[in-house]
Design a protein around this ligand. Structure first.
Ligand code: NDP
Length: 344
């Protein structure tokens, strides 16, 4: 059923997944469209962002954010339009960036809602390079990674919204950039379109050897998006005083146990010590939200000037969101994955 004026479709959390989310994890229900009261507005979603962190919200394991309750609407960033407003600063027809979740309609009092105006260019980009993933890349790289011209940056998930932005900013800042991505098509795109110096396919044989060849001077900044075997291949290449912004570990999000193998924790700690490395985890809005305007002006300018490319993968239909999300965690996306659910 497509979006309608009278029904609010909602994906609610039905069961906490063990491993990959499956057909039982989420349930589609229909409720009434809420009516705004004084000081409120009604928002209708046009685009829903799919992001790896959503896997964490399905789980009740201890984390930096509360999980979605069983029966609760799945959380997520959205670009919406104002249907009706009793709120200063927001009028019918405005496009907004909000955190509406996996549903058609939300009521809002305007808190943490950004007005994008009546006729924004590419409104869905506010969910990608011009929004949360873009800020993550910009702030994680410049504030934690602190790359200097001539240094080497390595980044995995290299064609996704975070990785692609990290690598392109690295090039703008005068660094050698080596991407790691899943498959030859993504790797060609990273080099030919994004301008990376090299890109290593982590699905091909000889990951360690190929990465060593692509990083003859070692790695000064490793922007950690994935963990797992990519991290294993990167560790021996890290230089003295390397910086590692620990942004995400997407290869582990569906894991149900620790990996087999020898315990390498003490080896890792000794590497951190011997090479005097800095590892720093971060959660973007907790630490870097105050830089949003600076980021938006700098990255927005690079996009306008054609210095920074952005690839988006639009999937139609709210009904397709669960499969599209499970595929994102398997690396099936090529670029920023968003669901188009709205009528406009
Ligand atoms: P992407 O759109 O890049 O999607 C995830 C990608 O991860 C997949 O496309 C795939 O790319 C890669 N991947 C999946 N499984 C594996 C695996 N086993 N080994 C190697 N790569 C794998 O995601 P985003 O750009 O939105 O996010 C990138 C990272 O940033 C994630 O870890 C996310 O959680 C994190 N993040 C953290 C934030 C923070 O505040 N700390 C905020 C936003 C994002 P490929 O096929 O190329 O391998």
């Amino acid at each position: 059923m497509p979006q309608s004026d009278t029904v609010n479709r909602q994906w609610i959390l039905n069961r906490r997944p063990k491993g990959e989310p499956d057909a039982d994890t989420l349930k589609l229900i229909e409720t009434d469209v809420p009516q705004p009261g004084p000081g409120e507005m009604l928002l209708r979603a046009e685009y829903l962002s799919l992001d790896p962190y959503m896997r964490g919200r399905m789980s009740d394991a201890p984390s930096y954010a509360e999980p979605v309750e069983i029966g609760g609407v799945m959380v997520g960033g959205t670009v919406s339009r104002v249907v009706a407003s009793q709120l200063d600063g927001f009028a019918e027809g405005d496009w907004v960036l909000n955190f509406g979740g996996w549903q058609d309609y939300t009521l809002s009092d305007g808190t943490e809602v950004t007005n994008l105006g009546k006729n924004p260019d590419n409104p869905s980009w506010a969910l990608g390079a011009l929004g949360m993933p873009g800020l993550t890349a910009w702030a994680g790289l410049t504030k934690i990674g602190q790359p200097k011209p001539g240094e080497t940056i390595a980044v995995a998930a290299a064609t996704g919204p975070v990785g692609a932005t990290v690598g392109q900013i690295g090039k703008i800042l005068g660094c050698r950039v080596v991407g790691i991505a899943g498959g030859p098509e993504k790797c060609s795109y990273a080099v030919e379109t994004l301008g990376f110096d090299a890109c290593i396919d982590h699905k091909a044989d000889n990951l360690k050897e190929n990465l060593a060849e692509a990083t003859p001077d070692g790695i000064d900044v490793y922007f950690e998006n994935v963990g797992g075997k990519v991290l294993n291949a990167v560790l021996p290449r890290l230089n003295d005083h390397a910086r590692i912004p620990v942004c995400g570990l997407v290869s582990q999000y569906n894991a149900t146990s620790l990996p087999d193998g020898p315990d390498r924790l003490n080896w890792l700690m000794s590497q951190i010590l011997i090479k005097r490395m800095t590892l720093r985890g971060f959660i973007v809005f907790e630490e870097f939200g105050q830089y949003y305007n600076e980021f938006a002006s700098e990255v927005g300018g690079w996009i306008r000037d054609g210095k920074l490319h952005y690839r988006e993968e639009v999937i139609d239909g709210l009904e397709n969101a669960p499969n599209a999300f499970a595929g994102l965690l398997r690396g099936e996306n090529f670029g920023k994955r968003v669901i188009r659910l709205g009528k406009d």
